[in-house]
Structures are given as structure tokens and as C-alpha cells.
Design a protein around this ligand. Structure first.
Ligand code: TRP
Length: 342
């Protein structure tokens, strides 16, 4: 298959991020880097998914509202350019909620419960028997996000693959009802690092658990995170042979270091014995400090101008309303609910 980034046909790139925290290195290698490239070759819309963020924070909405502008500042800091990419706010686009309502009639509860990502999240969030309806149904809302913008290429981490599959099921069902291809199917675009482990190598990255490096992390926090990274627990002395597999320092070096042949040499030395974790961590720290310093500095400037961030979202959301209303009208027509000929 042709590399979609270099495909000559223009794609509609659509993706989003839950506004439940600042973006971290997992977002960066999983999808943000790709988006910066894609915006030069394709038409791209990025959603700040505040409504999706609420699906497990209904009783703690501040976690979402206080992070909307953080996410926009993160986008700008990595190089997403609002003159090339439409950045919009999910809650400011009513067609997305309306589409969710229509699509929800085409998806069974059992199908939602079978979605592997939803299943894992439900297990890890310990909702007990109180799973919020919005949480169980968020894959439907994500299908609304994607289809409302006729997204064809979706840069995401691998945990999002089940969402894409569910979206395409909805597309096929709706097109069947409409007897016309009113919605378009999409495909994922995975990066070379579709899932970056947390620094403890065990759990999901989460700011509250202190196991992730944010794009805005200070020099000191980066240093601390690298020093406490999980390596090979059996590699006690420098001369001992060490293991690469499961060694988070090497996973990060693979993801972030610009010289893969140098990293391969390091791996060989580490496996043979004679290379200490202190050294590999120092190399990783230097590489991450170099990567994040300019990013952090740009981000500080953007976050200090809240009015500008709000304007970017407002303009992007207005444009997105027009686009998504057209799709909504077609869907209403498919169900025969366009009595007023909207
Ligand atoms: N579920 C995505 C995440 O957790 C966020 C998201 C919302 C999204 N809408 C989307 C991703 C549409 C891709 C396409 O990060």
C-alpha cells in the first residue's frame, strides 16, 4: 500500500483528543507528529473532544473545562498551524450531538459492550454497575465526529482501532438505509509508535499517576521521570547482560532518538553487558530535553494569550458547523425526517 502521507489524492484527515489533561509524549509520537506533516498535504480538522472527555467526568467537569485551552496550546506548540488545520471544539458543533442521536439507533448495547477499548476502560475505571450511558456510547459519538467531516484518514494510537471499525459499521448501515453513499468509510493511520508505554512500563500514561512526560514538563520533571524509568530489573551491575525487551528506556530511545544505528549499537552493548542504566538514561534524557525545550517555550507563549486560543477555536468551530450541518441534513433525509426541508 502507498504511504498515505505521500498519496497524491487529497484526503480528509480527522482526529481528536479528549480534553481531560495536557498532551504527553504518547500523543506526540502516536499522532501529533503525523498531523503536523499531514496538514501540508491534506485537508485536516482536529477536534478538541470536550464532550467525550465528559463521558467519564460528568461529576468532575472542571477536569475537562480547564483543559480545553491547554490542548489547543499543545497543538500550536508542536506546530499545528491553524491557517492550515481547522481546530474546533466538539461541544460547539451541535450537529455532532444530533448525529450521535441518529446513529445510536443503529448500534446495539451488546455491540458497544464488545468494543475492546470500551471494555478495557470500563474494567480499569471501576465504574461498577454505574457505567455512565455517555461513556458506553462514546464510540457512537466518535463515529459522528469522523463522519460529520467526511474523514477518510484518521491518525490515532492503536487503542482507537475499534472506534474506526465501529464507525465504518455505522457508515455501511446508514448508506444502506439511504441507498446512497452519503457517508464515507475511513481508515486509521498508525504511527511507528502506536502505543508508548508509561515510564513505569506497567500502566496507562496518566498525569495523576506521575508516570508520563507532558509536552510542558519542566526540565526537572523530565529528568526525574527518566531517572525513575523502568529498565531491566535483573540488570543489577554494569557488567551484567541486560534485556532490551520491556526496557522502557530503550523503547523511548527507539521512539525519540534521531540516530537509529547509534541506538542499535547501544542495544548490542547493553545486551552483552558493560553498559549501565545510568548511561542509557543520560542519553535518553539529553534527547528528550532537546526535543521538549523549544516546545515548552513556544507553549508558554501560546498559553499566555488565552484570547487568541479562544479565537482559534471559535473560527474553527464556525467553519466546522457549516461542514457538519450538511452531513446532518443528509442523515436526516435518509431517515425521512426532513419535513421542513432543512
Ligand atoms: N477517542 C480519542 C482519544 O481518546 C479522541 C477522539 C474524539 C477522536 N473524537 C475523535 C479521535 C475522532 C479520532 C477521531 O484520544
Amino acid at each position: 500500500m502507498k504511504n498515505p502521507i505521500h498519496n497524491t489524492k487529497k484526503e480528509k484527515v480527522l482526529t481528536g483528543d479528549r480534553a481531560t489533561g495536557q498532551l504527553h509524549l504518547g500523543h506526540f509520537v502516536g499522532s501529533l507528529q503525523q498531523r503536523v506533516k499531514l496538514q501540508h498535504e491534506h485537508e485536516q480538522t482536529i477536534l478538541v473532544a470536550d464532550l467525550q472527555g465528559l463521558t467519564d467526568n460528568g461529576h468532575n467537569p472542571h477536569k475537562v473545562s480547564s483543559n480545553i485551552l491547554n490542548v489547543v496550546a499543545d497543538y500550536l506548540a508542536v506546530g499545528i498551524d491553524p491557517s492550515k488545520t481547522t481546530i474546533c471544539l466538539q461541544s460547539a458543533i451541535p450537529a455532532l450531538s444530533e448525529l450521535t442521536m441518529y446513529y445510536s439507533n443503529l448500534v446495539s448495547v451488546a455491540r458497544l459492550q464488545r468494543n475492546p477499548t470500551v471494555k478495557n476502560e470500563i474494567a480499569s475505571k471501576s465504574f461498577g454497575s454505574s457505567i455512565p450511558t455517555g461513556f458506553l456510547t462514546y464510540p457512537i459519538s466518535q463515529a459522528a465526529d469522523i463522519t460529520a467531516f467526511k474523514g477518510t484518514l484518521i491518525p490515532v494510537g492503536d487503542d482507537q482501532l475499534p472506534m474506526i471499525e465501529q464507525t465504518n459499521e455505522i457508515v455501511r448501515k446508514l448508506n444502506h438505509i439511504a441507498q446512497d453513499d452519503i457517508l464515507v468509510e475511513c481508515r486509521p493511520l498508525l504511527s511507528k509508535v502506536p502505543r508508548l508505554p508509561s515510564s513505569d512500563g506497567k500502566s496507562k500514561m496518566s498525569k495523576s499517576m506521575g508516570n508520563c512526560i507532558l509536552l510542558s514538563s519542566s526540565e526537572k520533571d523530565i529528568s526525574k521521570a527518566v531517572k525513575s524509568m523502568y529498565t531491566d530489573p535483573k540488570h543489577l551491575n554494569v557488567e551484567d547482560p541486560g534485556q532490551i525487551s520491556g526496557n522502557v528506556v530503550f523503547t523511548y530511545l527507539d521512539a525519540f532518538h534521531s540516530d537509529p544505528s547509534y541506538i542499535n549499537d547501544l542495544k548490542a552493548r547493553y545486551q552483552k553487558g558493560g553498559l549501565g542504566d545510568g548511561t542509557t538514561k543520560r542519553i535518553l534524557e539529553e534527547c528528550l530535553q532537546d526535543l521538549l525545550k523549544p516546545l515548552r517555550e513556544r507553549r508558554e507563549i501560546f498559553i499566555s494569550d488565552k484570547a487568541q486560543l479562544i479565537d482559534i477555536l471559535r473560527i474553527g468551530s464556525q467553519k466546522s458547523q457549516e461542514e457538519s450541518n450538511q452531513v446532518l441534513n443528509n442523515v436526516k433525509r435518509a431517515f425521512g425526517l426532513n419535513l421542513f426541508n432543512l
